[in-house]
Design a protein around this ligand. Structure first.
Ligand SMILES: [Zn+2]
Ligand SMILES: [Zn+2]
Length: 339
């Protein structure tokens, strides 16, 4: 420490910067598939700030500030998050929903309180229970996602104790986001929602079709989204309602009715190749994990290459799809080759 006047202050600040830099004290690692807002809530909490005041740190007033951040990827806020955690902006971008080709299938950010209406976020209690640090997944924002493929149960969109929607963005106490903000119920304790294997299979097939068509860039030009939004009408369950407007339990009932009828409503398309691809996925739902791996790999590559641009079909994609279709057409040859 220097004896000159003003010296000690300068010396301490320099050392302090060497030790902690300009980062927040506690680093919170994003989890696989985590939604940006979920990570932001955990980050604030780990650093001793509840979600609502943490929103003010990032420049937001009250309201659904963190779900809005998922959608807008608001530059001032994400620049702060990136600067104070060291996580690069492109990685934060992959956790957001900004520019998602499936945007129209996302559950709307609203809270009108009606029992049958949708909530902005869903969850699987068992996923939360198994997480070391419970977190919410990006795919739980999709209206087409109604079940958990890992736990083979239905998703929930409300606290089973007080029927409130998830409102972690409103939390003013230092309480983890898997506790209901309204009544304090631990969402990990919610009972299991039964969904039949055929409903889960349909859910997974729709999920895989959406992911692949989003990656190939065919979503804006074909009728997939329009058909999915019309599911309540197609199954005559809630005619004239859009899929995104219904609660998770109402959508599960829609899928249960759909699963009992042929899949023509989903397969038919102007493009014969797209129709063939959808038929293949639907006819071999036992290979959903393979399709999922394929979609995961292509999605990672797309985000690594050009985070904000929509991709056109690549040579790699078309060759992979051709190989997959050939394998599905002739499974016997495949097994002979292996032996
Ligand atoms: Zn689960
Ligand atoms: Zn509650």
């Amino acid at each position: 420490m220097t004896t000159f006047e003003g010296g000690p202050t300068i010396a301490i600040r320099a050392r302090y910067e060497e030790v902690v830099s300009d980062r927040w004290p506690v680093f919170v690692r994003p989890q696989p598939g985590e939604l940006l807002s979920s990570w932001v809530h955990r980050l604030g909490l780990a650093n001793g700030i509840a979600p609502r005041p943490f929103g003010r740190v990032l420049g937001f007033s009250a309201g659904m500030w963190s779900p809005s951040l998922d959608m807008s990827f608001q530059s001032d806020a994400v620049n702060i998050l990136s600067a104070y955690t060291g996580i690069p902006l492109p990685q934060l971008f992959t956790m957001s929903l900004k520019g998602s080709p499936l945007k129209r299938l996302l559950l709307p950010l609203r809270d009108d309180g009606r029992r049958r209406s949708s909530a902005w976020l869903q969850f699987c209690p068992q996923c939360l229970a198994e997480d070391a640090q419970p977190y919410f997944r990006r795919q739980w924002r999709l209206s087409t996602r109604i079940s958990c493929p890992h736990h083979r149960c239905g998703l929930r969109d409300r606290c089973p104790s007080c029927r409130s929607r998830i409102a972690a963005f409103n939390q003013v106490e230092l309480v983890p986001q898997h506790f209901c903000v309204t009544c304090g119920f631990d969402l990990r304790q919610a009972s299991r929602v039964f969904v039949s294997p055929s409903v889960r299979s349909l859910d997974q097939c729709i999920h895989d079709i959406c992911r692949l068509e989003a990656i190939t860039g065919t979503v804006p030009t074909n009728s997939l989204i329009r058909r999915l939004l019309a599911i309540p009408d197609i199954c005559s369950q809630h005619t004239a309602a859009s899929l995104v407007s219904l609660s998770t339990s109402a959508r599960i009932r829609c899928f249960a009715r759909l699963a009992m009828r042929p899949n023509d409503w989903l397969i038919e398309d102007d493009d014969a190749v797209v129709a063939l691809w959808r038929r293949s996925i639907l006819s071999v739902d036992g290979h959903a994990s393979l399709i999922g791996l394929l979609a995961d790999a292509l999605e990672r590559k797309r985000l690594r290459l050009r985070p904000e641009k929509r991709q056109h079909p690549t040579t790699e994609l078309s060759s992979l799809l051709t190989a997959y279709l050939r394998m599905m057409e002739n499974p016997r040859r495949r097994s002979v080759k292996r032996n």
